[in-house]
Design a protein around this ligand. Structure first.
Ligand code: SAM
Length: 231
């Protein structure tokens, strides 16, 4: 009897551990290749699970960005970990946006779906299969760099953010997301509260760093690269 109880407990603990490793933290603690493999094998389900609401995306994501981009003729945007092309798609759907977008992701399958979705926009968007750090671009290139719902899965959020700041042109805007809520704290050793996250961005040389509540699990965090802050 005791043996069966012991086996049941062991199975439950192993099940919970696997759930945490593969579902909650999406392979983070098993290494980058596992994270990317999990996205590759689930890519076809991604948009169906997320069910992005076009009105909410327009109001809470795209509008704050086009306001910042308005003074720039033909802005160049980099979306790091673009996935199935969420940000490029909604930004290109916005009639007042007249720029170009580069979408980067490590998962070939996620990018393939992004490519299908973004085909109507032709040369206004290009997709690159690459990891987030190092970024394969020269310094001071992009008017806007975004990274949505992805930083917590990178081997080092600091290294990736440093790269995003490097490729941002002086005066350009960074928009990234901070994981929050109970699941945010499940990223043991990786969780940062608002103050810690903002301090990280300020320490990387950004100014006007501020946090806006956004979705249940994520805040939006904005920062600006100072003019004269080129690396
Ligand atoms: C939750 S999805 C977010 C996708 C998109 N930004 C969105 O908001 O829908 C996370 C993305 O990060 C990508 N990713 C994970 N680790 C990466 C890495 N080290 N470098 C580049 N992309 C990575 C995954 O392939 C996946 O497409």
């Amino acid at each position: 009897m005791l043996l069966w109880i012991g086996l049941a407990l062991l199975t439950a603990v192993l099940g919970l551990l696997l759930y945490w490793l593969l579902i909650v933290t999406e392979g983070l603690y098993l290494g980058r290749r596992v994270v990317v493999w999990l996205y590759d094998i689930t890519a076809h389900k991604y948009d169906g699970i997320k069910e992005f609401d076009p009105d909410a995306e327009q109001f809470f994501l795209i509008r704050p960005l086009v306001v910042r981009l308005r003074p720039i003729p033909n802005p160049l945007v980099l979306d790091v970990a673009t996935g199935t092309g969420r940000l490029p798609y909604f930004l290109l759907e916005e009639p007042t946006f007249n720029g170009r977008i580069v979408g980067l992701d490590a998962s070939g399958k996620m990018l393939r779906l992004a490519g299908e979705k973004l085909r109507p926009y032709g040369p206004r968007v290009s997709l690159v299969q690459q990891v987030a750090a190092p970024l394969p671009f020269p310094s001071n290139q992009f008017d806007l760099v975004t990274c949505l719902e992805a930083l917590e899965f990178f081997p080092s959020d600091t290294a990736a953010l440093r790269e995003m700041v490097r490729v941002l042109r002086p005066g350009g805007t960074l928009l990234v997301t901070r994981r929050k809520g109970p699941e945010g704290k499940a990223f043991i050793g990786r969780y940062r509260n608002v103050a810690q996250f903002e301090t990280l961005l300020t320490g990387l040389g950004l100014e006007a760093v501020h946090t806006n509540p956004w979705q249940l699990d994520y805040d939006q965090v904005f920062g600006k690269k100072p003019v004269g802050g080129g690396q």
